[in-house]
Design a binder for this molecule. Structure first.
Ligand code: BES
Ligand code: ZN
Ligand code: ZN
Length: 471
């Protein structure tokens, strides 16, 4: 589906159908009031009604906020994709609603049919947003950025949805190389030999029983005069079986999504390079597969991380933090950044704490957390802070090593995982770092908001919004 912004008069815009957004207030004044009443349409949020002989699709909203427009647009596009209309248009009253419309249509209309024999080919080919006000030029920039971010979110979803056979650590590295080539990024890849040389032995232990070699991927987008330098770090577990602390069958299904943090990082660097933002981005990805076998790392092992800190392994399913410990340390060594953000499907406990829809945000800087929270609410993603404290920190102490990879108590698991990562953040970087636990928000088996079955692309929109506004 193609989406475009036009400034022609709606009377000249030839589309098969027009979308009309309506709250209760507009419904009362509508010239189609009677017929809508007959159809039982009450302008409830996310309700829609086709007036086929008038070529109108009426979309109900509680208010004209971005949140409500985005949500009903996702409903509308799904309905339109089942019809035989070839083109649709929307007359815009306010340019600030452009991103919400683009996200609703592009993300709500997303489907993934790579593994289906029968491909999904909707009749609808074109959506036009019509904006006839004087400041059309500024609307074009808003529109093109919104399309770049929505497309990057779909790119992230595509990778998350790819099976663990098709997307393993070496093929992830290949994909990163391709993106680098297409988007003018530099790309450095460390295979297992190079990882050993870099002393990434905690990361290497996790991938040891896999038939695929672990890879550390480093992509850089470097504009001429960057305002800030950003390190993004992504957990890229292309499959998490749990290792010897094997997951029960039902919990293992969907664990191809354990690479979603890495996929988000790729989506973000793609969008930033296409928007040509004035920020330098360094994306670091630990691509590893956590498997079982005679060569597997074990509960009771003590690993020596790249930083020199020793880690007692008590559960091989708490593997993401072992990979991130080394990748975070490597990233801090190689690039002196203004901000360090890591994205990881790190804990089931994050879902217990916040539900499936909200990303957990952890870190030391209240200001940075506040800025991030603002960016996420502007971008239409849910985030919430999970606070560190010194009592929870004691729960990951070890009797034999410097730190333990699991907590000795059953509560606060998302935060103790965040505190584990904190142990690998250098003193001078404490206030520059945030950790995003996207375990719940990155993947869904039932649709919500603009998300459909599979990867959601969590993290891409809020991070792009944050980076767009960086001073
Ligand atoms: N990848 C999982 C976390 C996860 C669970 C993500 C469900 C998405 C959905 C992670 O590696 C893991 O298994 N964590 C364990 C940690 C525990 C052993 C301390 C968990 O959450 O149970
Ligand atoms: Zn795990
Ligand atoms: Zn995992």
């Amino acid at each position: 589906m193609n989406i475009q912004l036009l400034n022609q008069n709606i009377a000249d815009a030839t589309s098969d159908i027009s979308l009309e957004y309506m709250s209760d207030k507009e419904l009362k004044k509508s010239k189609n009031k009677k017929i809508l009443k007959l159809a039982g349409f009450k302008a409830d949020q996310d309700s829609i009604c086709f007036l086929h002989d008038k070529n109108i699709l009426v979309c109900g909203v509680d208010s004209f906020t971005a949140e409500d427009i985005r949500s009903v647009s996702a409903v509308a596009i799904k309905a339109l994709n089942k019809t035989n209309y070839k083109s649709a248009n929307v007359l815009l009253r306010d340019k600030t609603l452009i991103p919400a419309l683009v996200e609703g249509f592009v993300l709500g209309g997303y489907t993934y049919d790579v593994y289906k024999s029968k491909k999904n080919t909707p009749t609808l080919k074109n959506i036009s947003l019509i904006y006839i006000k004087d400041d059309y030029k500024s609307a074009i920039k808003i529109f093109s950025d919104a399309v770049i971010i929505a497309d990057a979110t779909c790119f992230t979803r595509d990778i998350v949805n790819t099976t663990p056979e098709d997307l393993n650590p070496p093929s992830f590295a290949k994909l990163a190389r391709k993106l680098a080539k297409e988007n003018g990024l530099t790309c450095k890849i460390l295979d297992e030999k190079a990882l050993l040389k870099e002393r990434c032995t905690s990361m290497l232990a996790v991938g040891r029983a896999s038939r695929h070699e672990s890879q550390l991927i480093h992509l850089t987008y470097k504009p001429k005069n960057p305002k800030k330098i950003i390190n993004l770090v992504g957990k890229g577990l292309t499959y998490d079986s749990g290792g010897l602390s094997l997951k029960p069958g039902a919990s293992m299904v969907t664990m191809k999504m354990d690479k979603a943090g890495a996929c988000a990082v790729l989506g973000i660097i793609k969008a930033v390079s296409e928007m040509k933002l004035d920020v330098e981005i360094n994306a670091f990805i630990g691509a590893v597969e956590n498997m079982i076998g005679g060569d597997a790392y074990k509960p009771d092992d003590v690993l020596v991380s790249r930083s020199g800190k020793t880690i007692e392994v008590r559960n091989t399913d708490a593997e993401g933090r072992l990979v991130l410990a080394d990748v975070l340390d490597y990233a801090q060594d190689k690039v002196k950044a203004d901000y360090i953000f890591d994205f990881a499907t790190l804990t089931g406990a994050c879902m217990v704490a916040l539900g499936q829809y909200t990303t957990g945000v952890m870190g030391h800087s209240s200001r940075l957390k506040h800025d991030l929270s603002k960016a996420s609410s502007n971008a239409g993603e849910l985030t919430s802070s999970l606070p560190f404290n010194k009592h929870l920190k004691k729960q990951i102490s070890s009797g034999i090593a410097d730190i333990c990879n699991i907590s000795n108590k059953p509560y606060g698991g998302a935060i103790t995982a965040g505190l584990f990562l904190d142990a690998f953040i250098k003193e001078e970087n404490k206030d520059k770092w945030l950790h995003f636990d996207i375990a719940g928000s990155a993947y869904t088996e039932s649709p919500w908001d603009v998300n459909v079955y599979g990867g959601t692309g969590a993290g891409v929109r809020f991070m792009c919004e944050f980076l767009k506004n960086i001073k």
